[in-house]
Ligand binder design. Structure first.
Ligand code: NAD
Length: 514
């Protein structure tokens, strides 16, 4: 948890209405006086300069402004929100919602309710997705305005320890700063042998454009982006071939959590999944993209109508002028920081995808608050014990803290409480039974070490277990908390009860009962 205590009093605040932004990500702005950034059109001075307006950057900028600082937020895009809001988390979730409803409607045929085949109006669907994005990014712009955060549009590069130059449409703008928070994010990683300029080859941004629903879709990379978008296209009618370099989909996650997704992709959509396989080459032909493969399970060369290549992202630290202040990247291209998000140059902070750790929006926004608080002189630090991961596929997969795979590999003592959703009335009532909730406990202290969930809404359910780790919960804290019935959240308490040996919603052999 971030413990912040005021080292100095924030300025007196006049009464002002909270920002009425049409935006969901907002905590209402603590009203502060609008503080103009000083300087001319080509040169400015900011007390806090934030480079990059994704979830990390805008959070940092807004927090610093709420704490009374004059803030300039620089981003090259026309709208705030970065990859996450514009071409990532938010539009993909809108499309995944559509995919899920389409699938659920079709599933009802098995329960006696049949709908017609869905008719797709892609323009309308795209328009709706874009309206969701516009509402959120518009909300951010409103909130920036209310807070007096000046937004400068352009590509920014550090040019000195207290200076950045931004290339804008109107020319270069030099901005001096007392403190800078670098939040320039990451970009799509590209592999060779792929005709990237062919419009039929898509990265995550291209896939979200939903130009059509290809009959045969090749997905290169069985990570979160590849699988989320594969899910969308499959539900809309594409035939999937997925190739993954490693020996399982969603690397880093326990296999028992991934298996239900794998099975659904294969059974429901007839997806061909090739593990330990890579694309040797994709050739652009008139009649399609001809892909050839290499590896243990390489299929024969095959023709596709489109290919989505989602093989990871790389940090943008090599593009923001770090060399001008002597900052160096680590081997992975990440910028090292301390627990206060400070780089080796004390007035320069870095957060999010630029720095080591998972490339996740919620990590970035958390670090954004830490960096802003430290930059204004508060005692704050990044001391989160666990960062949850979620694949918003159907079924969703979510995990937090220690995984069983890591526990085994590292020889960490653990015991596991496992509750299969086939025994959950709520899950069966939803027509699904493949879910699983499992929690890893320390056998000595009975505290939660980690957890994983696969099933509908796993991404929401994992929050309770993240809190359990932060709060050092013991199994009995979870098991003895009254969970509403009938909900999927009960499976968390039940998994704890399985570990405790007190479960009555499953039959345990006598030796495991207490
Ligand atoms: P990823 O690293 O999660 O997955 C990429 C996959 O591609 C890996 O499984 C890798 O083994 C495989 N791969 C690499 N090279 C390959 C090759 N030549 N052929 C076949 N497979 C290959 O990356 P991503 O899915 O592109 O996502 C990028 C980042 O964005 C990740 O850090 C991810 O966590 C994050 N993200 C998170 C969410 C979310 O939280 N729901 C959603 C989207 C993206």
């Amino acid at each position: 948890m971030v413990a912040a205590s005021a080292a100095e009093e924030p300025p007196a605040e006049p009464a002002e209405e909270p920002a009425a932004a049409a935006s969901a990500p907002s905590v209402p702005a603590a009203p502060v006086p609008r503080r103009a950034v000083t300087g001319s059109a080509t040169s400015r001075h900011a007390e806090v300069l934030v480079l990059g307006a994704g979830p990390g950057g805008y959070t940092a900028a807004f927090r610093a402004a709420d704490l009374g600082k004059r803030v300039v937020l620089v981003d090259r895009d026309a709208t705030l929100g970065g990859v996450c809001l514009n071409v990532g988390c938010i539009p993909s979730k809108a499309l995944l919602h559509v995919a899920r409803v389409v699938d659920e409607a079709a599933d009802l045929a098995a329960h006696g309710v049949t709908f017609g085949k869905p008719k797709l109006d892609l323009d309308k669907l795209r328009g709706w997705k874009e309206s969701v994005v516009a509402r959120l990014t518009g909300g951010l712009a409103t909130m920036a305005g209310k807070r007096g955060v000046e937004v400068v549009r352009g590509e920014g590069r550090l040019t000195g320890p207290n200076e950045i130059v931004v290339s804008t449409d109107e020319g270069e703008v030099t901005i001096g700063f007392d403190a800078a928070i670098l939040a320039a994010g990451s970009r799509v990683a590209r592999i060779g042998g792929v005709p990237w300029d062919d419009p039929r080859v898509m990265d995550s941004t291209g896939a979200l454009e939903l130009r059509d629903v290809p009959r045969r879709l090749l997905v290169v990379g069985g990570g979160i982006i590849g699988l989320e978008m594969a899910n969308v296209y499959a539900a809309l009618g594409s035939e999937l071939t997925i190739v993954e370099l490693l020996d399982g989909l969603v690397p880093g996650c326990d296999r028992d959590l991934v298996r239900p997704l794998e099975r659904r992709l294969e059974k429901r959509y007839g997806a061909a999944i090739h593990l330990r396989t890579r694309v040797a080459e994709i050739r652009a032909q008139k009649n399609g993209l001809k892909a050839s493969f290499a590896g243990d399970d390489a299929p024969k060369p095959k023709l596709f109508d489109r290919a989505l290549v989602a093989v990871g992202r790389r940090p943008n630290g090599d593009r923001i002028g770090l060399e001008s202040v002597g900052l160096e990247l680590d081997e992975g291209g990440f910028l090292p920081v301390d627990r206060q998000q400070r780089t080796a140059v004390p007035q320069i902070f870095a957060i999010g995808d630029l720095v080591p750790g998972p490339m996740l929006a919620h990590k970035a926004s958390h670090q954004g608050k830490v960096a802003a608080e430290v930059a204004v002189g508060l005692k704050s630090g990044f001391d989160a014990r666990a960062i949850p991961s979620v694949a918003y596929t159907d079924p969703e997969i979510a995990w937090v803290g220690l995984t069983e795979t890591a526990a085994k590999a590292e020889g960490v003592a653990y015991e596991v409480g496992r509750f299969p959703w086939a025994a959950s009335g709520r899950s069966l009532g939803m027509g699904r039974e493949e879910g699983l909730t499992k929690i890893l406990f320390d056998p000595a202290t009975r505290r939660v070490l980690g957890a994983g969930i696969v099933g509908a809404g796993a991404g929401d359910l994992i929050a309770e277990l993240t809190l359990a780790i932060e709060m050092d919960c013991e199994a009995s804290d979870l098991g003895l908390t009254i969970h509403p019935h009938p909900t999927l959240s009960e499976t968390v308490a039940f998994a704890a009860e399985v570990f405790e040996g007190t479960i009555t919603d499953l039959y345990l052999p006598r030796r495991r009962r207490r």
